[in-house]
Design a protein around this ligand. Structure first.
Ligand code: MN
Length: 201
């Protein structure tokens, strides 16, 4: 059995400046993401010990803990490659994902406006996500509260935006809207297109 591991950032800590600071990226990746990985591994160990009769666990609490930390790990593993260094990210998508965004949302501008609206209005800590629904062959949006995977079950995520305060507060303070607007400058559309390709194979 393997363990969860923190993936390397696909760029340097400072690569997203000026839109997301080096300090935020260091703390976010090296502290927060690491904590989720450790938490998910610890939860699985507790369950294993319980099965061996070495410990008693409150299974509901441990599974909730597992879901929280697993969700954090998976979402951050998506979030890092969803972004690209300043100058390389941003702009708009090409290829099939561009067509699908137009078909699903009317235009790129309308998609960005609605996704931003979703991100800015998450209550407390959470995420805005773009997903693909193969049943209706369209892209859909969802909000996640905190990071537990209580989202539209089974739909692959193409793009995610972390709007926990740890993702922006050191640079943008309480102005989440400014962070969301700036974040579009580092969206890695190639990564979104690749994920869409896998989702529609
Ligand atoms: Mn985060």
């Amino acid at each position: 059995m393997g363990k969860y591991e923190v993936p390397q950032l696909p760029y340097s800590y400072g690569a997203l400046e000026p839109y997301i600071s080096e300090q935020i990226m260091k703390l976010h990746h090296d502290k927060h993401h690491v904590a989720y990985v450790n938490g998910a591994n610890a939860a699985l160990e507790k369950l294993e010990k319980a099965r061996k009769g070495e410990a008693q666990v409150d299974i509901r609490a441990v599974l909730r803990d597992y879901s929280f930390n697993f969700g954090g790990h998976k979402l951050h593993s998506l979030f890092w490659p969803n972004m690209a260094p300043s100058g390389k990210g941003g702009g708009g998508p090409g290829g099939r994902i561009a067509d699908k965004i137009n078909a699903s949302f009317g235009s790129l501008e309308k998609f960005k406006a609605q996704f931003s609206d979703a991100a800015k209005t998450v209550e407390g800590s959470g995420w805005a996500l773009l997903l693909y629904d193969d049943e209706t062959d369209q892209l859909v949006l969802t909000q996640i509260e905190k990071q537990n995977f209580m989202h539209l079950a089974g739909l692959p995520i193409l793009l995610g935006l972390d709007v926990w305060e740890h993702a922006y507060y050191l640079q943008y303070w309480n102005d989440r809207g400014k962070y969301v607007d700036a974040w579009w400058n580092v969206v890695n559309w190639d990564d979104v297109e690749n994920r869409f390709g896998k989702a529609t194979q």
